[in-house]
Ligand binder design. Sequence first.
Ligand SMILES: *[C@@H]1O[C@H](CO)[C@@H](O)[C@H](O)[C@H]1NC(C)=O
Ligand SMILES: *[C@@H]1O[C@H](CO)[C@@H](O)[C@H](O)[C@H]1NC(C)=O
Ligand SMILES: *[C@@H]1O[C@H](CO)[C@@H](O)[C@H](O)[C@H]1NC(C)=O
Length: 478
Amino acid sequence: MSLTLLITGTIFLPLTVLARTATDVKPRQAGTTVTVNLDQRYQTIDGFGCSEAFQRAVQMSKVTEEQQQYTLDLLFSTEKGAGLSILRNGIGSSPDMSADHMVSIQPKSPGGPTSPPNYVWDGSDNKQLWVSQEAVKRGVKTIYANAWSAPGYMKTNGNDANGGTLCGVGGASCSSGDWRQAYADYLVQYIRFYQEANVTITHLGFVNEPDLTTSYASMRMSGSQAADFIKVLGPTLERENLTSVGINCCDPEGWSSQAGMLGQLGPVDSYLSTVTAHSYTSSPGSPLNTRHRVWQTEAADLNGAWQGAWYANGGAGDGQTWANNIYTALVSANASGYLYWIGAQTGATNSKLVRIDGNTVTPSKRLWAFGQWSRFVRPGAVRVGVQGAPSGVRVSAFQNVDGAVAVQFINTGAAAASVQVKVGGGESFAAGAATAHVTDNSRDLEDLTVQLEGGAAAASVPARSMVTVVLRQETPPA
Ligand SMILES: *[C@@H]1O[C@H](CO)[C@@H](O)[C@H](O)[C@H]1NC(C)=O
Ligand SMILES: *[C@@H]1O[C@H](CO)[C@@H](O)[C@H](O)[C@H]1NC(C)=O
Ligand SMILES: *[C@@H]1O[C@H](CO)[C@@H](O)[C@H](O)[C@H]1NC(C)=O
């Protein structure tokens, strides 16, 4: 690629010069120099994702086979779509699948917490097993299984909805007994059902928005109540040889709620894998005080009327808004993962990245905003230092496991900005190839012209766009 560009440059520049009078020729626009520093290393990235919980996977399964494949490619393909790398599944707690309920693998109480369990597996899991298998086919390796609640019979209120908490954690004693071990065993069984279907669950969460009581599956827990359960879940996973499954906690409604819960999780810190929080009541603005990786696991424009534009009015549904939201989470709040709420679903709001309407599947620019990150910042990439962005342009940089460096530019201004990207530090990174990819109101992750000269990649970042420049190492001669 770089070779072609260099040759193109050498051949066409003189021709252009010949065709003009000498006075027409302007000096080459060098652009603002942006320097990546590979020696300045920050957090490791796990990825970007979405969910098809609450029967959204079932909605996806109702379009034609061709449109199903198209939808799955849009979400998970690194060639045809956003290349999302994390899927968040909902572990069912409901007795049935009515409305958008996620049915449980043990819909009826086995009798008591120490009675022999009575699990049932329908081979579908609210169609999430199918979506998981399709995601895995497209390269997804991180599957986060997250229960919104324990089944009702394990809880203080006898219902998987309307709050209540798990019998046996502090302040929650029930006449039926302590259900913590039974709930841990239940979550292990869910992981086993997926294992038998060749899908490896890598992360496990046992509660969702524990700070909210609502009419759908919900379970209240303070940080210390969550710790009371992790005390049982951690050793259970160890006994079951499932130590490769990381425990995530606690998916509250907002970033600051999680900051509050963290203090109470201290005693079980060694069992934790990933700290998780949503963006609804407060979004990621600064790092959480933890040594663990942190994911923003649910954000969306829940109520805005569907619109697919990159820039309409700077509102909550714009692609550009989500490019900026992801930027802030990664750069200012040290996040290692960033997930939208729903990948694809029906309905008229922006709560999803892709809209299903009858048999018509339509991606939004929110999807392509995710793609500008997810396609080029692959799991295991490390955020690195970068300096010198032109004014009005936000810049970030990552080095992938294969050595490739991906640099993001978000230009919210009304004028294009020329940049020249140089990579410094590391063990003398010598750029041998560069590509650039752009999303704006008229383009979806399209290739953009980039010139590699003297180890620097020069590109023009269009007004109101996001551009990702990828520089690859020179491969030593064979
Ligand atoms: C899982 O993988 C094994 C080995 O490749 C295969 O025999 C089995 O049929 C697969 N099971 C499912 C449910 O795909
Ligand atoms: C876990 O691994 C140990 C050692 O290999 C083995 O003895 C034990 O049976 C395993 N337990 C389960 C539940 O698979
Ligand atoms: C960022 O997160 C990592 C874990 O991924 C942690 O080790 C590091 O201390 C965090 N940095 C800040 C500034 O909080």
